[in-house]
Design a protein around this ligand. Sequence first.
Ligand SMILES: *Cc1c(COP(=O)(O)O)cnc(C)c1O
Length: 398
Amino acid sequence: MEFDFEKARLETPGCRHVTHFNNAGAALQPQCVLDAVTEHQQLEARIGGYEAAERHNQRLEKVYTSIANLIGCSVDEVALVENATRAWDMAAYAIPLGPGDRVLCANAEYASNYIALLQLCKRSGATLEAIPDDAHGQVSLQALEARLDDRVKLVSLTHVPTNGGLVNPAVEVGRLVRPSNAYYLLDACQSAGQLALDVAEIDCDFLTVTGRKYLRGPRGTGFLFVRREVCERLEPPFLDLHSAVWLSTDRYEVRRDARRFECWEANLAARLGLGAAVDYALSWGLASIEKRVTALAQRIRTNLAAVPGVRVHDLGKQRCGIVSFTIDGKEPDAIRRALLDKRINVSITDRGSTLLDMDQRKLVGMIRASVHYYNTEEEIDLLVENVATISAMPKLPA
Ligand SMILES: *Cc1c(COP(=O)(O)O)cnc(C)c1O
């Protein structure tokens, strides 16, 4: 069946104003998300914040159900947090590490995760090692298998990196990690909303997601999945009166479900917006979203590769909706600004966001054009034409 992108565009106010290829930064929100957020915000203003929360209690609870449906877990395995970074931190900082323990990650690791891992290793005396890539540029399963011993306590994988179309083999990694002693933490920040995710199939212990990227939710939203068996074993790095109960002068009890990783205060309007975004994604179906996004991205890659002076840099056997490229002799940020002048949104990705991978490939910065299902072939042609014009210019305005 054809993807009804015209319906998607009608339901996306931003499509009338911009050509948006920054979906890996923050996708355009559909009207239903905007409505869910503003309706609750207005209710708070009208009747009071606590009273609005009470009135919308069922809707707030339903957000957990929607997320559980999205990734194939139980409601008690979901924690709502303010972004993917905090979700990831709450998981990673909960894992006990000691001298001699080993932590493994891949070359696509996101900067915030890697910085946190460095700190965790510095504090604990554990060591951090990056697993090499295979010939396709994805994490090498052979190298991972060879490194997995009893000292490995954490395997951290970024499913889709912030800087390109690579999709790491999350399921195969899960199969290798499961029989070991290690926890498996998957950063699905860029894959959620564009690829179908099933935590039972991936077999990860934790999965972290943000709301504003491919899920099309509001900024400042995210969630953490924690496998039930793991949840009760790990005490979160921070506790408060929501994640734990104060029993007496010297005792507290931590809640049993994944909400032990949450904090009491939250932007409830944004949470409802996240729930609406997840329901909206589910209404399209993740398989059909994936098919359309992947095909559109491939069109960009093919057409850009034919433009003189343009280099497309995406790695991997399987590729997603993120396209990364450079133009010989032109600064990525000057290119981004030139496109913005034409109301075409792209972003740049710099060395510091994915340093292991960028240094390995001797890249300092790239343009990132990330498509969503509401983008059209005409928009892609417009992007490619403008890139060709920029590439042919002797010099860009500073
Ligand atoms: C954006 C991103 C993050 C961080 O998400 P926030 O919601 O900004 O905290 C983590 N990992 C990857 C791969 C990302 O692209």
